[in-house]
Design a protein. Structure first.
Length: 295
């Protein structure tokens, strides 16, 4: 373990920060700011593995498709090609369940489920996967991880909004929601990356907590860890119908199911997520309290 040199791109992002804090290889990690114009200048001498976390995150606003493809597909492939040429043994790419092209699904998704991305972000991730896998051989391992929603310290986006809502003590319309959503605590994602570094196995892997949870369970647990009153209520069906017409994307994420199957990944790697979802939420809430108090 002491001799391994691991290069991490995107180290200043949400997952990158947590990887440097929680990885068992933290003493072996090296940071790299990677852009197209810097790829040829990146020093890869004695680097054994690259964890490629850099890229353009999915956003709800209008963004040119080309930005996603350059950041998520082209940059990853160009870096991996140079890494292979320089003798790096492994390239780990953080993809996304967005490659499936769904915000909700009645079927359980796994590594073999057909991918039909419906936006530039999902397409850029899928095309990156496909191009990277063409590079793998006996001497160069390509490991691709598809995480669902990642939560934990330093989280951004919709999860921050939910934390802020939960912290308000106001009644919230998230009671009696019996959906199932796969999520992954960032500590479990870090542990999965560490196992891939240890075992150097090529392929596609699904990250996730031990089991999916409902939106109601998520908000209940957040409020419990915040020592707030639960105060969750269910919305009447006609209100849900109105919201579904006005904000179908939001309704799917909060009220519909989206489940990914981690069994094949966990069996192949002999891996068990080290943190429960309740523990992950508790870690996240502790960070959020400090974050909100320091603002």
């Amino acid at each position: 373990m002491e001799d391994r040199k691991i290069l991490v791109t995107g180290a200043s992002g949400f997952i990158g920060i947590n990887y440097f804090n929680m990885s068992m290889f933290k003493n072996n990690l090296h940071r790299s700011v990677v852009r197209h114009e810097t790829i040829d200048s990146i020093i890869l001498t004695n680097i054994e593995s690259i964890i490629h976390l850099a890229g353009k995150a999915h956003e709800m606003g209008v963004i040119e498709d080309e930005i996603y493809f350059k950041a998520n597909r082209d940059l990853a492939f160009d870096l991996a090609k140079r890494a292979k040429l320089k003798g790096v043994k492994q390239f780990i790419y953080l993809s996304s369940v967005k490659v499936y092209g769904k915000d909700s699904s009645e079927i359980i998704l796994d590594e073999n489920t057909p991918c039909q991305p419906n936006d530039a972000y999902g397409k850029s991730k899928l095309e990156a996967e496909q191009k990277l896998l063409t590079l793998q051989d006996i001497s160069f391992t390509v490991s691709i991880i598809r995480p669902p929603l990642v939560y934990g310290a330093h989280v951004k986006g919709n999860m921050i909004k939910l934390l802020t809502l939960a912290n308000s003590s106001k009644p919230l319309p998230f009671g009696n929601i019996n959906n199932h959503r796969s999520m992954v605590f960032v500590g479990n994602l870090v542990a999965l990356i560490d196992v891939l570094i240890e075992k150097k196995i090529s392929g596609i892997f699904i990250a996730g907590d031990e089991k999916p949870i409902s939106t109601t369970y998520l908000l209940q647990t957040i409020r419990q860890k915040m020592s707030r009153p639960l105060r969750l209520f269910g919305l009447p069906k006609f209100v849900l119908w109105i919201l579904k017409e006005a904000r179908p994307d939001l309704i799917k994420r909060l009220f519909y199911s989206f489940v990914t199957d981690t069994n094949k990944t966990n069996q192949k790697l002999k891996f068990k997520p080290p943190y429960t979802t309740a523990q992950g939420i508790e870690y996240m809430v502790k960070w959020y309290r400090h974050f909100s108090e320091s603002k």
